[in-house]
Design a protein around this ligand. Structure first.
Ligand code: NAI
Ligand code: PYR
Ligand code: MG
Length: 371
């Protein structure tokens, strides 16, 4: 198969869809790979390294989209990329369609076969192609939150870990999945007081066993969220209902009653966000104020640590990339129901139920389209 890797064009996004090592895996199996010039140069992956792995360097994204049978990316395609997709071309990347009707319409119109990393499931449960970026974003959420609690960044001027004789800050984490657990590890490591909420009591049990009295676990409902958020200095939003828009768990009213100079980090913003007051921001301008509460809502947090993130992402994506290239999408999905769960839009149809229902499209099960 002819596989293409364009340079990412989202704001401040330096990740790249394939590393030279991943290119080599594809080439060793007889595939051809086109990589856009300078696609990885910002994170130390020079064109010469890609050529050394057997890739061909091409100058423009247009040429890659025109020639490649499968496009491998990181972020959702931007409008000018959607316009270059064509019927039956495979797009393998993060999509996050539920909160994004415009992108969904463009992908439906393209007729392409659009496979979303974030809805591919794992044999042992979970979302293995989302997990590495959630690990990165969860860990970063505490770094970003701690930095924005500083006075110069709009925060209340609080050191998360405190110092001897002065109490630490209170971090509240909503959602105890991959983002939440990684945020928890960092917050505990920095010496903060931590409360974590989830609807899944088994998950809270596991965390209780691991962290003991260094963390307070709470069942998530409107009452516990209100109680925790009003006492918080930093709130991390890390909930997910797979494929669907994030539930709005913190209302505008609740935000307006938080401490002045508190910080919220809405990691779930790529699914629309779990604070009513959230709107997506960029690394260039990561925060805004609602009343006196600092909001950090960067939709591609791992892009800030693009080198770490690219390697972590490739570890998770290369297996299915090889299967798609070796077998073609239809055979690969017939052979692997977990990969099939990644199919969100295909040949003009919406094939992911939560996206179809959320955005008002007829739902066409992927099975109906597999040859
Ligand atoms: N902004 C960014 O750059 C990034 C954002 N993300 C996003 O972060 C979000 C979380 O991802 P993961 O941790 O991997 O998901 P996950 O599936 O591992 O965890 C989500 C957790 O939310 C819990 N949950 C669902 N409804 C809840 C409620 N009402 N109250 C409390 N908990 C609730 C679930 O029980 C689950 O434990 C996703 O939207 C993901 O796309 C992930 C990586 C990067
Ligand atoms: C998961 C995601 O949206 C990201 O890594 O940017
Ligand atoms: Mg995102």
């Amino acid at each position: 198969m002819l596989v293409g890797v364009p340079k990412e064009i989202k704001n401040q996004e330096s990740r790249v869809g394939l590393t030279p090592a991943s290119v080599k895996e594809l080439v060793l199996r007889g595939h051809q790979v086109l990589v856009q010039r300078n696609a990885g140069v910002a994170i130390g992956l020079a064109d010469s390294m890609y050529e050394g792995s057997g890739a061909t360097i091409v100058d423009t994204a247009q040429e890659i989209f025109k020639r490649a049978e499968m496009i491998v990316k990181v972020k959702e395609p931007q409008p000018e990329e959607c316009a270059m997709l064509r019927e039956n071309q495979i797009l393998y990347t993060y999509l996050h369609l539920a909160p994004d009707p415009e992108q969904t319409r463009a992908l439906v119109q393209s007729g392409a076969v659009c496979v979303a990393y974030e809805t591919i499931t794992g044999a042992n449960g979970g979302l293995p192609l989302l997990a590495p970026m959630s690990e990165v974003a969860g860990r970063m959420a505490i770094q970003a939150g701690a930095a924005h609690l500083e006075k110069s960044k709009g925060g209340m001027g609080l050191l998360l870990g405190g110092v001897p004789g002065v109490a630490p800050g209170h971090v509240v984490i909503i959602g105890a999945g991959v983002v939440g657990t990684n945020a928890l590890q960092m917050a505990v490591g920095m010496g903060a007081r931590v409360t974590i909420l989830d609807k899944n009591v088994d998950r809270l049990r596991q965390l209780d066993l691991i962290f003991g009295n260094r963390v307070q676990t709470m069942f998530s409902n409107a009452h516990t969220i209100e109680e925790a958020v009003l006492d918080a200095d930093l709130v991390i939003g890390g909930v997910l209902v797979p494929g669907a828009a994030a539930p709005k768990l913190v209302s505008h009213d609740l935000i307006s009653r938080m401490k002045a100079g508190a910080v919220v980090v809405d990691v779930a913003i790529d699914q629309g966000g779990c604070f009513e007051t959230s709107r997506a921001t960029t690394h260039e301008q990561p925060t805004f104020l609602v009343g006196q509460v600092v909001h950090y809502c960067v939709a591609n947090m791992p892009g800030a640590v693009a080198r770490t993130s690219t390697f972590a992402l490739n570890n998770a994506t290369i297996g299915h990339a090889l299967a798609l290239a070796d077998k073609g999408w239809s055979k690969a999905m017939k052979a692997n129901p977990h990969l099939k769960n990644g199919l969100n839009v295909c040949q003009g149809k919406v094939t992911y139920e939560a996206v179809a229902h959320g955005l008002g499209y007829p739902y066409v099960p992927a099975d109906n389209l597999l040859a």
